[in-house]
Structures are given as structure tokens and as C-alpha cells.
Design a protein around this ligand. Sequence first.
Ligand SMILES: [Mg+2]
Length: 229
Amino acid sequence: MVPPLVLDIDGTLTTADGRIDGRVFELLPDWEAPVVFATGKAFPYPVALANFLGLPARVIAENGGVVHVDDETQILGDPTTARAVVETFLERGGDLGWGDDETVNRWRETEVALSVDADETLLREVAAAADGVEVIDTGYALHVTSPAVSKGDGLVRVADAIGVSPERFVAIGDSENDVSTFDAAGASYAVANADSAATAAADTVLAAGFMDGTAAVLDALRAGREPRA
Ligand SMILES: [Mg+2]
């Protein structure tokens, strides 16, 4: 029997150029255990992914700010401070760095995301002066978010809702926002492209990057083998 999965999306289920890897659509729809998506992306993105895979929407979005399971949505983060920090950042000449693309934050309920090309020094300076926000660099965006929420806490909530112990989950991820998931799950894998925080926290660091690494773990689990680095 395969274990339940908690999977990051960007950098983990994608190709190096950011597309969802086609193997996601081969390996996950028939996975015979719960599959949870845990992402920094806004709430609609993992819901859509689960829907298009034919899976129940069990998702942790916005780095744990939003948790959805069994048709119930929990809004756990408070965006007030994050939005105030970003307002000050903009007043001081900062730019979110998304150009005309407003979809990154349009549906984001508990945090604000900036492009990795935004002025990170200014952002961290403004954030440090505020109480109750942290800046998370996922490699895909800079997230101004509440330290009171995390993907790992989200996993505990989802696991509790579906009656499965968090320790039974296998986690795969690539960045610092996956460290809490790795801590909560029973086994954790960092893909080869993972940042130093995820690499240090994972039980196993994979030789292959992006979906190549993730698929190697899933193939092994499906075959009843212990995944190898
Ligand atoms: Mg990621």
C-alpha cells in the first residue's frame, strides 16, 4: 500500500522552466492514498490542480495561510501586517516586480507575494521594522507572510481532518517553506534543486531535480521499494 503524499508544487512537480511536468498526470490521479498539495501559491491554484487531476481538493495554500479539506476552508493567516509592510515598501519606491500581471496576488487572502526581482533588501528592512511578519524566499517569489502559519501546521490540520497521522505522510519539496512540512511528515525528500534550508531539513536529498526527483520517489513507493537518493 502506498503512503499518503504531501507535495510542494513549484520546483517539485514542475520542470526547470516552470511547467507542470506531464508525469504528474500519470502518477497522481490513481494514487491509492491521500494526496495533499502544499504550496506558496494562492488558494485557487492547488484547488485547480487537484480538480484537473480528479483528486479531492486537500490543499495547503499561501504557505499555510489557507487550508482546505473536506469542502471546508480555513483561513488561518491574517494579511493585515503583510499588506501594511508592502504598502510601506511601495511608498519607499519599491515595486512588486510583477509588471502588469496582477493574478499573483488577486486571490491571495493571507499574505502578499513579490517577484524575486523585487528590491529584497528594502523589503527585508521594512519587514524587520514591523512585528509579526516574515519574508520567505521560495525561489519563485518573496512571500510576506505571518510566522504564525506554516505548511507543516497545515499538514497537521489536513491529516487530522482525514483521520491519518501526519507521520504516515511522505513529503517532497524544494525550498525553505517546505521545512515545516518535512518536520511534520514521517519521511521527507528534497529534490536536487532544493535550497539549503530544504536540503538540510530533508531526510533524503535526491540526486535528480524537479519532477525527475519526485517521479523517482513516487515510482519507488508504487513499486513497494524504499526510495533511494
Ligand atoms: Mg517549491
